[in-house]
Design a protein around this ligand. Structure first.
Ligand code: FE
Ligand code: ZN
Ligand code: FE
Ligand code: FE
Length: 174
């Protein structure tokens, strides 16, 4: 079991309060994953419009259009998260989201426009939302453990929106 080692405490150049090695490593992981989801959200602001163009059901178009606006706000909210922890907003390619978006594109290319393509868009969209729910849930927990309470509440806010989006897609699929 990993334990915090007080002997690893050190003072940074800025003279900030020193953190133990494990706390610093968790913080590094947290920042890295923020960069990952920041890239993912930005990429989704480009992918969702393509999904809207390919959707037929009015309900699905409405849900995706609403979530596109929400996603744009989530990008800005992540910038607030970076700011609240004193880090720069940097995007780092998320291989998982790149793959999920590729799946959406494949489904849209391989189905006829109409109910079947709509069903495929819902399927792929729910995979995206589940990935986001897992990510934001974990990141909110990391933020709490690190004592980054502003970041934690911002991340919980986004987590709720992703759950709403997932529920909306489930509703439409019926
Ligand atoms: Fe999102
Ligand atoms: Zn990711
Ligand atoms: Fe990733
Ligand atoms: Fe989402």
């Amino acid at each position: 079991m990993t334990k915090l080692n007080p002997s690893q405490n050190r003072t940074t150049q800025k003279g900030e309060k020193a953190k133990s090695g494990v706390a610093q490593a968790l913080r590094d992981l947290f920042v890295n994953e923020l960069k990952d989801i920041y890239w993912a959200e930005k990429e989704l602001t480009k992918a969702i419009p393509k999904m809207i163009k390919n959707a037929t059901s009015e309900e699905l178009v409405e849900a995706l259009t609403g979530h596109l606006d929400v996603t744009t706000e989530q990008v800005a909210r992540l910038e607030e998260v970076f700011d609240s922890i004193g880090a720069k907003p940097v995007a780092k390619k998320c291989e998982a989201m790149a793959g999920l978006i590729k799946e959406v594109e494949e489904i849209m290319a391989n189905t006829k426009k109409g109910v079947v393509r709509d069903a495929g868009i819902i399927l792929a969209g729910q995979k995206v939302e589940h990935y986001e729910i897992a990510t934001y849930g974990t990141l909110a927990t990391f933020a709490k453990v690190l004592g980054e309470n502003i970041a934690a509440s911002l991340l919980v806010e986004t987590l709720k929106e992703e759950k709403e989006a997932d529920n909306a897609l489930s509703g439409i699929s019926k």
